[in-house]
Design a protein around this ligand. Structure first.
Ligand code: AMP
Length: 221
């Protein structure tokens, strides 16, 4: 399956993408994670991306599209993938359409995670992520780790993302509304959009997503 995941910051895209990719046995491709890996490795791409990310703005299309295409061309993505955080504006969506067309393949669905704005701000402000694996996500109030600052899953150090500060979150939300939301209409025109609520327990949201994608393999199975 070839799936695009859309939703505002804090909708739980990364968490859901990790579960869904595992259930569907397709790679989880997160452009945010790819940029963060480049930043920690100190690459030129990471240096370019960092200032945009820290301000909550989009990294320029040229570098983003090239990086995403490069990742999608890896052998593990031949049979399908789950894109998390890409495309993030209409020109990236058009570039993706063209790349898929050139490969003679199509998207199966665009999964739109819906969550009210006040919930988004609460979720992001308390979010803590494991340095070893960005799928290990905690929340200081909603799902605190057993030991402060330590990942329950692997013992890694938990940290707050630079761009999870309140000011940056506001910019990211504005960027989402003005630049990313229009891709939902773009894909609606292709009949690909399925919208689900991202509220509630993580496994319930995963079940909802699997049902919307037309698969009967429940998350809890
Ligand atoms: P995420 O981890 O998906 O929340 O992404 C974190 C940040 O990485 C975003 O706020 C952007 O600065 C940058 N980023 C991730 N994906 C993209 C994209 N497709 N286009 C431009 N910038 C992106």
């Amino acid at each position: 399956m070839r799936i695009v995941l859309v939703g505002p910051p804090g909708a739980g895209k990364g968490t859901q993408a990790a579960y869904l990719a595992k259930i569907l046995t397709i790679p989880h491709i997160s452009t945010g994670d790819l940029f963060r890996a480049n930043i920690s490795q100190g690459t030129e791409l990471g240096k370019t991306a960092k200032s945009y990310m820290d301000a909550g703005n989009l990294v320029p299309d040229e570098v983003t599209i090239a990086m995403a295409r490069d990742r999608m061309a890896q052998p593990d993505a031949e049979k399908g993938f789950l894109l998390d955080g890409f495309p993030r504006n209409v020109s990236q969506a058009v570039a993706l359409d063209e790349a898929l067309k050139a490969d003679g393949v199509k998207l199966d669905a665009v999964l739109d995670l819906e969550v009210p704005e006040d919930e988004v701000v609460k979720r992001i402000a308390g979010r803590r992520i494991c340095r070893n694996d960005s799928a290990h996500v905690f929340h200081v109030t909603y799902s605190p780790p057993e030991q402060d600052g330590v990942c329950d899953v692997c013992g890694g150090e938990l940290y707050q993302r630079n761009d999870d500060s309140e000011d940056t979150v506001r910019t990211r939300l504005e960027v989402y509304h003005t630049q990313t939301e229009p891709i939902i209409d773009h894909y609606r025109g292709q009949g690909l959009v399925v919208t689900i609520s991202a509220l509630g327990k993580v496994t319930d949201v995963t079940d909802r997503a699997m049902e919307a994608l037309g698969s009967d393999r429940a998350a809890s199975a």
